[in-house]
Design a protein around this ligand. Structure first.
Ligand code: IPD
Length: 278
């Protein structure tokens, strides 16, 4: 119920603050690059800080709700998301940005029930921005209500897409460049590319960006963002324009359903639903 959700939100916020402080200490010491390990590819990275932050966050969340499941990026608990209440955590989203001392990286904590986000926290420590949402109660940044831009027209939109870290084969590149081509030719107002799914979803939630899409993402990249975007008045869908599924590895967020439909036309034309190693 709502009072429990508020209690979980408070705990997630305080865990995210503690985690963010650890990231800031690392920024100050400038040593993230000293512990970089490659995961699936030379662009898929982890540092000792991702693991430290995850341990800190999970310890706190488990203490406050011992019965909940956990799906988190860096631990062994990459279980399938079930219908049970589950914390979905990305300790440092935008690890490559973090290593390169870019401000756009964040701590993401979501709570999913029946595979839908009901609560989300995103803390971007370098920008000192804390985003929160509980289903049905609006989205906030540092305690102030936020709203998406409401943009309905692709020709007036700033759109953000990410390039995949795990696959850069010729067919993948052709598809990504094709989508970029089609959007520029539409023409959209501007295309950007960020390095943190969480931060870009917050940009859409507060109207700094009109849309963001990506394939290849995992539940922990988008769970917190889904509820924050929706509570800010934006929409969260599949890249093909269908219903969003946390586990489908595809996301499209937009400031309005009209904008999402226009974007989906282009993504469908390029079959932008998977970029698996081709
Ligand atoms: C990644 C970032 C990146 C996105 C990838 C994510 P990580 O998360 O959000 O911007 O393009 O899909 O996996 O690995 O830095 O936590």
């Amino acid at each position: 119920d709502e009072s429990n959700l508020r209690r979980y939100l408070d705990e997630a916020v305080s865990a995210a603050h503690e985690a963010g402080n650890l990231m800031l200490e690392c920024f100050a010491r400038n040593d993230a690059h000293t512990s970089v390990e490659e995961k699936a590819s030379n662009a898929d990275l982890v540092t000792k800080y991702d693991r430290q932050v995850e341990e800190l966050v999970l310890t706190r969340l488990r203490a406050c709700a011992p019965d909940f499941g956990v799906v988190a990026e860096e631990t062994a608990s990459k279980e399938e998301l079930t219908d049970a209440p589950t914390w979905v955590v990305d300790p440092i989203d935008g690890t490559t940005n973090f290593i390169h001392r870019q401000a756009e990286c964040c701590v993401l904590i979501g709570l999913a029930v029946r595979k839908r986000a009901v609560l989300g926290v995103c803390f971007i420590p370098k920008m000192d921005e804390l985003y929160t949402a509980i289903k049905g109660h609006g989205a906030f940044c540092n305690g102030r209500r936020i709203a998406s831009s409401g943009c309905k027209d692709l020709t007036k939109a700033m759109v953000n897409l990410h390039f995949p870290s795990y696959s850069r084969g010729p067919k993948v590149l052709e598809r990504i460049l094709g989508v970029n081509h089609d959007l520029l030719a539409h023409p959209v107002r501007a295309i950007r590319s960020g390095g943190s799914a969480g931060v870009d979803m917050m940009h859409v939630a507060r109207g700094r960006l009109d849309a963001y899409f990506e394939v290849g993402i995992y539940p922990w990249d988008v769970c917190a963002g889904q509820i924050i975007v929706e509570e800010a008045g934006g929409v969260c869908l599949d890249t093909m324009g269908g219903k969003f599924d946390l586990s489908s590895r595809r996301v499209m967020v937009a400031s309005s359903s009209e904008l999402a439909s226009q974007l989906a036309v282009h993504l469908r034309r390029r079959c932008y639903d998977t970029l698996d190693a081709e």
